[in-house]
Design a protein. Structure first.
Length: 256
């Protein structure tokens, strides 16, 4: 794993965008794994800027989103479909027919999960997957204690996750308690992964991800086993790391 520690959120977003630009320049028809929430917002703004400047194009690319709330229609203000439309898809030239997000209102969610994985496979698998990390160490919506072998599936959200996401809703009672999410096995089959972490509240999860045992109780810890992960972490999120101890395990670069 390559660990890049940066000064702040803005630099984290720029570094991540540069990796996406390199991916698209090397392989214009890349299959991209995308995430939602506040963490990748800066990344998307940078990619939109690069697109507007003519540096990159998404016209040959394909995108698969990590997850969606179960029970929210696409047009719901807090659906991840709506998030992607407002913050990325409508601002670049990625064809609509190659924008994939799991449906949280499918008549048969189990079948939707199965077909979503089949669709990823049919497109050749994900070339570059971006991830955030929850305070409890979840990636996607894979909560602690879920099995690593899970593919796309329905997840019961932890109380911590519901509390963290309540800021996007008028009341915590309105936060969905279920989500459909790529499973850890689906994520781990991506050829390359970028994990982004910003803010002191992510410090403990990052420390345990890099320093602790590989365990389903901290889903992000499985990334230690992936052959091509770049973790871009700002100083606040890296505040609990013992850099000297980690240098024997990982390639680490510090802010200049």
């Amino acid at each position: 794993m390559n660990i890049i520690i940066v000064k702040d959120y803005e630099e984290m977003s720029r570094k991540a965008a540069h990796l996406f630009v390199a991916q698209l320049l090397n392989k214009p028809n890349s299959v991209l794994g995308l995430a939602t929430g506040s963490t990748p917002m800066g990344l998307y703004k940078e990619l939109i800027r690069f697109y507007n400047e003519g540096m990159i194009s998404f016209k040959s690319a394909t995108a698969f989103n990590l997850d969606e709330y179960v029970g929210l229609e696409k047009e719901h203000p807090q659906s991840y479909w709506r998030f992607m439309q407002e913050n990325f898809f409508t601002k670049v030239d990625l064809p609509v027919e190659r924008q994939f997000i799991p449906s949280g209102v499918a008549e048969d969610i189990t079948l939707e999960s199965y077909n979503y994985d089949k669709k990823i496979t049919s497109k050749g698998g994900i070339d570059l997957q971006v991830l955030g990390i929850g305070r409890n160490g979840h990636i996607g919506f894979n909560e602690p204690d879920l099995k690593f072998e899970a593919r796309t599936h329905v997840v019961k959200l932890d109380e911590q996750t519901i509390e963290d996401n309540a800021r996007f809703f008028k009341d915590i009672s309105l936060v969905p308690t279920l989500a459909i999410s790529m499973g850890v096995k689906t994520i781990m089959q991506s050829r390359s992964i970028i994990l982004l972490a910003s803010g002191k509240e992510k410090g403990e999860a990052i420390m345990k991800m890099l320093s602790g045992n590989i365990t389903p109780e901290l889903p992000a810890s499985v990334l230690q086993l992936h052959p091509s992960v770049t973790a871009i972490i700002d100083l606040a999120a890296a505040s609990m790391l013992d850099i000297a101890a980690l240098e024997d395990l990982y390639q680490i670069s510090m802010p200049s």
